[in-house]
Design a binder for this molecule. Structure first.
Ligand code: FES
Length: 170
């Protein structure tokens, strides 16, 4: 049974941060997923694809429109590592720590990148250039260890090559 939630008009500050066109797009996404299994996750994924991340205002809009408690939206967003409530960098580095990549040195790659960028996993550099994440298998296990920078897949990566890889995105 659906939990009853208070329906309030979108807060003024939410309206300011997310323009009306974006709000309409979010409403369309919600309509398109109505009744589907896993609808909240799908909506969050599409909203993140639209905006780049999930600011609090967007979670408020989705919770209100889907009549789902806001706390549940926060729960989903914090449970899945692919959701982010903060803006991501221009280049998102995803280091694979799936079994094959882990066995072939994935941990050393993430450790080296953390040191090189001065970041923890999930963080973004102060200049907004790089975000660092870990993921579980990106489907190139035969070429492990693997990392992705946006759409680019870097295969059989060695820690000693990381400086050069990063410099090509600076
Ligand atoms: S385990 Fe890394 S690509 Fe599959």
């Amino acid at each position: 049974m659906k939990q009853a939630v208070e329906t309030k008009p979108i807060k003024e500050e939410a309206s300011k941060a997310i323009d009306s066109k974006t709000q309409q797009q979010i409403k369309k996404i919600i309509e398109a997923t109505e009744g589907q299994a896993g609808a909240p996750i799908r909506v969050l994924q599409k909203a993140q694809g639209l905006i780049g991340y999930l600011p609090r205002e967007v979670l408020e809009i989705i919770a209100r429109e889907m009549r789902i408690p806001l706390s549940e939206m926060y729960g989903i967003t914090s449970f899945y590592s692919f959701f982010s409530m903060v803006p991501k960098g221009k280049y998102v580095i995803q280091v694979c720590l799936g079994t094959s990549c882990y066995v072939k040195g994935g941990q050393k790659i993430i450790d080296t990148l953390k040191k090189e960028l001065g970041l923890e996993s999930g963080g973004t550099t102060a200049d907004g250039r790089f975000s660092l994440q870990t993921v579980r298998c990106i489907g190139c296990c035969g070429l492990s260890p693997v990392l992705a920078i946006n759409e680019d897949i870097h295969r059989r990566v060695k820690p000693s090559r990381l400086k050069d890889i990063l410099s090509s995105y600076r």
